[in-house]
Design a binder for this molecule. Structure first.
Ligand SMILES: NC(=O)c1ccc[n+]([C@@H]2O[C@H](COP(=O)([O-])OP(=O)(O)OC[C@H]3O[C@@H](n4cnc5c(N)ncnc54)[C@H](O)[C@@H]3O)[C@@H](O)[C@H]2O)c1
Length: 434
């Protein structure tokens, strides 16, 4: 199959590289010339484990290429995937479809022969039908179908998620489009990964419902954690006891500083807007958004209490600022709420993050960047663990405590325990829900 992938961000680049590894001939297109120049040099504009090697392998095999102009690849392709961003629109929180619509208009002009235009971006229910109309209006003679193929990969584990997915969702209107999608995903189908075929609207809804459900699970646990702190329970034991129940499952039950990232915040907010527009308020999701914001603010209070009631004049070492480990993605990371609040209160903040600096420098003005956790802790008044990168999971706590002016720790990922911290010489240790 010949595939054009429009948008080479976290989703488009991983999808394009993986499709080429399936044996398809893929051209990845992006409107950002710097990204295309990097990719043509064999460099990766994002951090995603394993991607560079897989990209190089498929470029060498002649199955994968990159470009800025979509006309020829679109004309020659059996399927054109749209994987551009759908950020939250400023003001009302709805999904901003500007990039999707402009890509659709460009695609329409170049379609030649039967083509399936596939939306991989997360888009509100009804968008694929609108896309069909936009393409039809722009090119009345085009022979095409639309398909919805929402993506569920997780940054940091994206290749494995794409190659070994829990399921692939394909929303279509015609048998011909369904056949093209089956041919594209044949390598997964042959290995018994479930491919679920639905109508367009159900496919679009599955993506929002799945993300809102996961955000709810995390947020529910964060709320239970707040109560655990008051009643003397340990949320780690509580989530273990809950997660062993097969009906609940043990994933997404870890209490922490609130969810962030490129998907949950904008997708919960878009689902809430879709509900309001159809006069079916998504009350649970609306509450989840509110509780998540409160959770992040609760973390600021927790750290301030740890610092003796004020941030003023304190040196605080922060370990991890990306929204989760193994990515350089800073979008909506809890650090973007917590770090500015500390700086605003008069703290000097030092940050260590294995991949976050490139994005984070512009987003966290006023912080000092360090390469090494121990150096960042020298003479510090508090240590805050915000993202559970592996290198922060096995710190020599004794060495850390010795270096600090006042050994105090806010462990917002529950990596260590009060007992361990005390044994290592920490005067104070706070976590989440314990
Ligand atoms: N990031 C994730 O973990 C993830 C997971 C599942 C689904 N999604 C969804 O996938 C979509 C893409 O997300 P992302 O994180 O990859 O976004 P991203 O911002 O990393 O990448 C989008 C890319 O599209 C390019 N682009 C925009 N308009 C274009 C156009 N007209 N022509 C060519 N290129 C264009 C941009 O330059 C950018 O490189 C979103 O809808 C998102 O919700 C993301």
């Amino acid at each position: 199959m010949k595939i054009a992938m429009i948008g080479t961000g976290y989703v488009g680049l991983v999808s394009g590289v993986c499709f080429s590894d399936f044996g398809h001939e893929v051209t990845c297109i992006d409107s950002d010339p710097d990204k295309i120049a990097m990719l043509n040099r064999g460099e990766i504009p994002i951090y995603e484990p394993g991607l560079e090697e897989l990209l190089a392998k498929n470029v060498a095999a002649g199955r994968l290429s990159f470009g800025g102009d979509l006309a020829t690849p679109v004309a020659e392709s059996d399927a054109v995937f749209v994987a551009v961003g759908t950020p939250a629109r400023r003001g009302d929180g709805h999904a901003d479809l500007t990039y999707v619509y402009s890509a659709a208009k460009e695609i329409a002009k170049s379609l030649s022969g039967y083509t399936v235009v596939v939306t991989k971006s997360t888009v509100p229910v009804g968008t694929n039908r609108q896309l069909k109309q936009i393409i039809r209006n722009a090119n009345p003679d085009a022979e095409f179908d639309v398909a919805s193929n929402p993506e569920f990969l997780r940054e940091g584990a994206a290749l494995d998620d794409f190659m070994r997915p829990d399921r692939v969702i394909v929303g279509v209107q015609t048998e011909q489009a369904s056949q093209v999608m089956q041919d594209i995903y044949r390598p997964l189908f042959l290995r018994d990964f479930p491919i679920v075929t639905t109508d367009l609207e159900s496919a679009e809804m599955i993506k929002y419902a799945a993300n809102a459900f996961l955000a709810t699970k995390i947020t529910f646990m964060n709320e239970i954690a707040a109560l655990c702190e008051k009643v003397g329970a340990d949320v780690k034991q509580v989530s273990k006891g809950m997660g062993l129940d097969g009906r609940i499952g043990n994933k997404f039950l870890h209490a922490g500083p609130g969810y962030g990232g490129s998907c949950f915040p904008k997708d919960t907010s878009a689902l809430a807007r879709i509900g309001q527009e159809h006069a079916v308020p998504m009350q649970i999701t609306e509450t989840v958004i509110k509780v998540n914001n409160e959770t992040k603010r609760r973390m600021v209070d927790k750290i301030e209490d740890l610092c003796g009631g004020t941030f003023n004049g304190k040196i605080i070492a922060v370990l991890g600022v990306t929204f989760k480990p193994n990515t350089d993605d800073m979008r909506e990371a809890p650090s973007l709420t917590i770090v500015p609040a500390m700086i605003g209160g008069g703290a000097k903040v030092r940050v260590v993050d294995p991949q976050g600096r490139r994005e984070g420098e512009a987003l966290l003005p006023g912080v000092q960047w360090f390469d090494d956790a121990y150096k960042a802790c020298q003479n510090a008044d508090a240590l805050v663990i915000l993202t559970e990168w592996n290198e922060f999971r096995a710190l020599d706590l004794r060495r850390v405590a010795k270096k600090m002016a006042v050994p105090r720790m806010a462990d917002l990922r529950n990596i260590y325990s009060a007992k361990e911290a005390k044994r290592a010489g920490f005067q104070a240790y706070v976590a989440v829900g314990r």
